[in-house]
Design a protein around this ligand. Structure first.
Ligand code: ATP
Length: 585
């Protein structure tokens, strides 16, 4: 298969006007893809060469890529720089420079070799790696057509940015290989338990919907976490669970998913990044205390006061987010592990077993010690029992409780915010609302003291049905100078020259950003708004929901991907609940 076919599909995707058109374009591409190439083609459509959790990142520095472009196009580096300034994107610059020279006489590029070369570029390390990367990319560009060069450069620099979300790719795969988009849930589950779109593609191409349904969790592939709904009264929680549930301490730490393959331990964060190196002490605890040799377990890592043994708040774990000085951080900020679920043990996928069975298996699997424990829990039958347990949890330094279904259908719903888990937090007790986790999609220039920084940030929620990021609010308070500097630095690489595809906004900020950074904000209330587009048209024609008086809480939600931000459905539920409360009052 020629790379040209992909480049043309990319171009159509960039020009596509809506999601349906994108699905159709991708479906066409997948139809033309031989089965053995479907995995690489899927990764390439994501702008990647491997699933995120594999830790093989492509992002070649722009400076190095520019040298490759100069070399391949026979242009000086100054000319490349000038073209980059004019077009605002190195891919377009390469396309432009090659446009003059043409690519005649070179053998056509194949998808397989492009993929292999990009992989080699990404993994080159050690002495001479830079030179290897540059010459590898130059080799590809030399044989590329101008259009191919545009996408090769964007892919190699990690900036393909087609605005195609994973959900859209799943739809297209379902259409081509599973008999229609009605099968999308089966593919979604497979993706949720494997986090590998290439694997899902290969599986569905081989055996259709049946094969993806049979896919099981496996140590090494992170499982998307099961999430909880929120409810603000003990009575309602018990009604939802038909009179009985398990209540567990909700620890204020970092969620981790531990994978063990014999001697090898891997720790994944809530957003499925490898964070194994941050917690050597947690691994030591598990080496001593985890019985199964192959397992996937979930736990909350909590900072523990070295003197008193008390639980410390989440913020202290931030000291562990570092590459260097882990030893010192480990001494000053020791952690404990509170295990709360077991998804796999010794060859058995447990995700389809009810929660009480998983919990019993977890109890078997763990040899408890001072710092390796099971989440404290109790079975409750009345609102009074639940309330008493909740208060005990808060006294012991927790955020509240997680209530979990014990019904026969209480399976582990990977990647789903269903009603099998309900969180009941301290904040719900007061007038204060729960916090929202929102994605930065734009900024306004700062004035006065904030000149040269951002004055306010435009924030979006996530809309899974449309794979879009509609705006909800503009926030300018709650930021210290240090926050502003950090935000500026972190957002700079994600500046976009125009509104990114998936951002749904009626406002035009000074600067647009690709959705990446998630911030925690708190606000006074949700109101109808003609400007913000979240839950557009649901409460009223030509109005969306807006968060009033938002304030940044100081918490960067680095543990969340943009698609993990608060969803429009959640906003809608909060809005309706508040309306019901007001009516009662
Ligand atoms: P989300 O609901 O999207 O995870 P969040 O990260 O803001 O949002 P919280 O409101 O803090 O979530 O509630 C869920 C989180 O609570 C889990 O992801 C997990 O990190 C943590 N947690 C603490 N104790 C438990 C427990 N016993 N069982 C499950 N999760 C727990």
């Amino acid at each position: 298969m020629r790379y040209r076919v992909m480049a043309e599909a990319y171009q159509q995707l960039e020009e596509a006007s809506g999601r349906l058109k994108m699905i159709a374009t991708l479906a066409e591409l997948f139809r033309h893809t031989p089965p053995d190439l479907l995995t690489p083609v899927t990764y390439l459509c994501q702008g990647k060469i491997a699933p995120d959790f594999a830790g093989v990142e492509i992002g070649l520095a722009e400076k190095l890529a520019a040298r490759a472009v100069a070399d391949a196009a026979g242009a000086t580096e100054d000319r490349v720089a000038a073209s980059l300034r004019r077009t605002g994107d190195l891919g377009s610059a390469a396309e432009h420079l090659l446009g003059r020279r043409g690519a005649d006489g070179h053998p056509a590029l194949g998808v397989r070799e492009v993929f292999e070369e990009l992989r080699a570029i990404a993994t080159a390390s050690g002495k001479g790696a830079q030179a290897h990367k540059i010459s590898g990319l130059a080799r590809l560009i030399r044989r590329a057509s101008p259009l191919e060069a545009r996408y090769l450069v964007r892919t190699a620099t990690g900036k393909l940015r087609l605005g195609v979300g994973d959900a859209t790719i799943l739809d297209a795969l379902a259409e081509v290989h599973a008999g229609g988009r009605a099968q999308r849930p089966a593919l979604e589950r497979a993706y949720n338990i494997s986090s590998d779109l290439g694997l899902v593609a290969a599986t569905v191409a081989r055996g259709g919907a049946t094969a993806v349904e049979r896919l099981e969790v496996r140590p090494g592939n992170p499982v998307r976490p099961m999430l909880a709904q929120r409810v603000s009264s003990a009575g309602e929680i018990l009604r939802r669970f038909k009179g009985a549930c398990v209540a567990e301490y909700k620890y204020d730490g970092e969620r981790v998913q531990v994978h063990r393959r014999d001697e090898e331990f891997l720790i994944f964060s809530r957003r499925l990044e490898r964070i194994t190196d941050q917690y050597p002490d947690a691994i030591k605890l598990l080496e001593e205390g985890l019985r199964p040799k192959r397992a996937i377990l979930e736990a909350e890592v909590v900072a523990i006061d070295p003197e008193s043994g008390d639980l410390r708040p989440f913020q202290e774990l931030m000291h562990r987010r570092r590459k260097y000085g882990i030893e010192e951080a480990m001494r000053r900020y020791p952690v404990g592990l509170f295990a709360f679920d077991l998804l796999y043990a010794e060859g058995h996928d447990l995700t389809r077993r009810p929660y009480p069975e998983r919990r019993a298996a977890l109890a078997e699997a763990i040899k408890r010690s001072d710092h390796l424990r099971m989440a404290t829990q109790e079975t409750v039958h009345t609102p009074e029992e639940l309330q008493a347990f909740f208060e005990q949890a808060v006294t012991d330094g927790c955020e509240g409780v997680m209530c979990k279904s014990v019904a026969p259908d209480s399976v582990y719903q990977a990647g789903t915010r269903g009603w099998l888990w309900i969180k009941y937090k301290r904040e719900y007790q007061t007038a204060l609302q729960d916090t929202l986790d929102l994605v930065v999609v734009g900024a306004l220039h700062g004035r006065g003291k904030r000149r040269g920084k951002y004055g306010a940030l435009l924030l979006s929620a996530y809309d899974p049905a449309n794979d879009a990021f509609p705006t909800v609010t503009k926030v300018g308070t709650g930021f210290t100078d240090a926050h502003l500097a950090e935000i500026f630095e972190r957002l700079a690489p994600y500046q976009a020259s125009h509104r990114p595809r998936r951002v749904d906004s009626r406002m035009e900020p000074d600067i647009w950003f690709e959705p990446t950074l998630v911030l925690e904000v708190i606000g006074a209330e949700l109101t109808l708004s003609p400007i913000h587009t979240a839950a557009w048209g649901r409460a009223q024609e030509n109005a969306g929901l807006a968060l009033r008086f938002p304030r940044f809480t100081g918490r960067f939600r680095d543990d969340k991907a943009p698609e993990d931000a608060t969803t429009v459905d959640e906003l809608w539920q909060m809005f309706q609940r508040a309306r019901a409360r007001n009516r009662k009052a």
